[in-house]
Structure formats: structure tokens, C-alpha cells
Design a binder for this molecule. Structure first.
Ligand code: FAQ
Length: 309
């Protein structure tokens, strides 16, 4: 009976149908989705921290308004994604607990520091740029709630990407000091942005199953190629130098890049990056300081229920 259900499930995926919350699904499909969606949600909420640090130091009111809107969007993305994971049976409490205790993964890229204001622009251009490539692929994912969340998130991130690109191009064409800040930000964010898209396909244990079930519709290296193909020429056109002497376009149009420092990547993933500790401390502090709000909401809803009864 299991084989028949599995065959019917796989036939639906092959036919391009979406799997919805009440539908039958193999346990491994549910587990993979909870793993990916919860990591993704955590990445959005931890991703608020590096840029959030600059809200109080934005150089103009216009830039400050844009940044507040962007960071607020990331909080919203975290909410959609936690809800999408809840449709699979994960609870908010379990997911939050896993994040706060350091058991859960979130994107490596948010463990790097934002040293200057130019980093805010570079994150928009590169990190949102990489996230959009990955999420456009996920918008075609076989699980309905995840795929629909991706459509909305990509629309909002396209604005994030544009504001970052506009800012960096302006600085790259600005005063020598601004140019130097933009270049320095590129030097520090280029490699973490490439790493963010995950290990090479040969070292990616989850990819075969995810691709088979239409959760991922492209591999890590395919998405990385798309990211480089769009961003490398644009960064060069802006007069910036990509910190990879080996980077060049092959005669077939694909891009060759130098070796990625996977030792650094795994160190960061395992919790030993520059900001891992600070990120978890900030999330734990926010959780503790927000306790009274959760308690007040709980008391309010209990009172409402009691009155209704
Ligand atoms: N960081 O077998 P694979 C954003 C782990 S959202 C940490 O290749 P998979 C918005 C991976 O979990 C950014 N860990 O894994 C924003 C696995 O470990 P596990 C987040 C990583 O799932 C912008 C192990 O390595 N986006 O940026 C990373 O097939 C600006 C082996 O890897 C998503 O989460 C990493 N970078 O492919 C916010 C999208 N890469 O779990 C603020 C959803 C890999 O088996 C400002 N996720 N690992 O113990 C995905 O698309 C996939 O999960 C990948 C990894 C592509 C990230």
C-alpha cells in the first residue's frame, strides 16, 4: 500500500501538481521540507540583525526609511515561512527553541559583520541577489505553501536588490572614499555570497532527493552560476574589481571561478564564524525581552475565551 501511495505521489509531482498540507506525502518529504523551511525562516529573522545595526546610523532620512522597510520585510518573510513549516506539523515553539539553543542552522552569510554603511548596499545587491536566484528556483517547488510564499518574498526582495544595487553603483561612482568603501564591501561579501548557495553539488547530500521530489528545481551549482552570470558583469561595469583573479567567462558562456574556501564555510556553519555568538545572543535577548508581550497576548486571548464561554 505504501508503494502505491508513493507512486501516486511521485506521479503527481511528475505531472507538475502541487502537494498541499492535507495531502499524503512520504515522511522524508515532510522532514526535508521542515528542515529547509525552518532554516530559511531562521535565516530571514537572523538576517535582520546585520543590517538592523545600521538603522540608527543611516546617512540620510531617505536611506533610513528604505532600510527600515527592508528589515521589516525580512521579519514578515520569517513569519510566512514559519507558517509554511507549521502546515507540515512543526510548531513555532520547537523551531524557536532550536534556533535559540543553537541547534538549528541558518544561512552562513549572516555570521559576517557589517563594518561600514557600504555593507548595507552590498548585502542588498549580493545577498538579496543570491537569495532571489535561490528563491525563484524554490517558487516552482512542489509544496504549495512554500512555493506561494516564495512568490511574495521574491517580489519584495527585488526591491531590496534594486536599492542595494543603486546604492553601491552610486558610491562606486562617488568620491575616492566612497569608491574605496564600495570596493572593500565587495571584497568582504563576494565569497560569503557564493558560499551562501550551499556546497558544490558533489558535496551536497540533500540535493538528489530534493530534486527528485521537486523541492529544489535546480542544484546549488546551477543557482551559483546564475548568480555569477548576472552579478559579475554588472559589478565590473560599475568599476568594481571582483576579488577572484581566476574569474572569467568560458567560451560556452558559463563562468569559471576560483576555489571557494569550504573550510571557512563549514567553520561558520558549525557556529565558529565571526558573528555566530553575537547573533544568537541578540536573538536570545530579544526573546527574553519579548516575554511580557507573549504573556500579555496569552492572558488577553484567555480572557476573551472565558468571556465568550
Ligand atoms: N548556511 O545538502 P546541502 C535570505 C547546510 S534567505 C548554512 O546542499 P540543501 C534573505 C545544509 O543545511 C537565505 N548551512 O543542503 C535575506 C545541510 O545541512 P543539514 C536562506 C548551509 O538543503 C537576504 C548541509 O549544509 N535561504 O538570504 C548552507 O540541499 C538579505 C549540506 O548542504 C534559504 O534557506 C548555508 N549557506 O541546500 C535576509 C533557502 N548551505 O540541514 C536578510 C532555502 C548548506 O542537512 C538580508 N534553502 N547548508 O544539516 C535552500 O535552498 C537549501 O537548503 C540550500 C542548501 C541551497 C541553502
Amino acid at each position: 500500500a505504501y508503494e502505491a501511495k508513493l507512486a501516486a505521489f511521485e506521479a503527481r509531482i511528475a505531472a507538475g501538481e502541487r502537494i498541499e498540507p492535507g495531502d499524503w506525502m512520504p515522511e522524508a518529504y515532510r522532514k526535508q521540507l521542515i528542515r529547509m523551511i525552518s532554516q530559511h525562516a531562521h535565516s530571514e529573522v537572523v538576517g535582520m540583525l546585520p543590517e538592523g545595526e545600521w538603522i540608527g546610523r543611516a546617512p540620510s532620512l531617505r536611506r533610513k526609511l528604505i532600510l527600515i522597510a527592508k528589515v521589516q520585510d525580512e521579519a514578515g518573510h520569517g513569519q510566512y515561512l514559519y507558517h509554511a513549516a507549521e502546515t507540515l506539523g512543526a510548531t513555532r515553539e520547537e523551531m524557536t527553541e532550536a534556533l535559540l539553543t543553537g541547534r538549528a542552522k541558518y544561512s552562513s552569510v549572516f555570521n559576517y559583520p557589517t563594518l561600514t554603511w557600504a555593507d548595507v548596499g552590498m548585502i542588498g545587491w549580493l545577498v538579496d541577489g543570491a537569495a532571489i536566484k535561490n528563491q525563484t528556483m524554490l517558487a516552482r517547488c512542489s509544496y504549495g505553501p512554500y512555493s506561494r510564499a516564495m512568490v511574495r518574498i521574491c517580489t519584495e526582495e527585488t526591491f531590496h536588490h534594486k536599492q542595494g544595487k543603486e546604492m553601491v553603483i552610486r558610491y562606486a561612482q562617488g568620491t575616492p572614499k566612497q569608491r574605496q568603501m564600495a570596493q572593500d564591501a565587495l571584497d568582504r561579501w563576494w565569497w560569503p555570497s557564493l558560499m551562501m548557495l550551499g556546497p558544490h553539488d558533489s558535496d551536497s547530500p540533500n540535493t538528489p532527493q530534493l530534486v527528485k521530489w521537486g523541492i529544489k528545481t535546480k542544484t546549488n551549482d546551477e543557482v551559483r552560476q546564475e548568480f555569477i552570470a548576472e552579478h559579475a558583469p554588472e559589478l565590473q561595469e560599475a568599476g568594481l574589481v571582483i576579488p577572484d583573479p581566476e574569474l572569467r567567462q568560458n567560451p560556452d558562456g558559463t563562468w569559471h571561478h576560483g576555489p571557494i574556501d569550504w573550510d571557512e564555510f563549514w567553520r561558520v556553519v558549525r557556529g565558529d564564524g565571526i558573528c555566530n555568538k553575537a547573533r544568537l545572543e541578540a536573538k536570545n535577548r530579544a526573546h527574553d525581552e519579548g516575554r511580557w508581550v507573549r504573556e500579555a497576548l496569552q492572558a488577553y486571548s484567555e480572557r476573551g475565551r472565558a468571556q465568550a464561554a
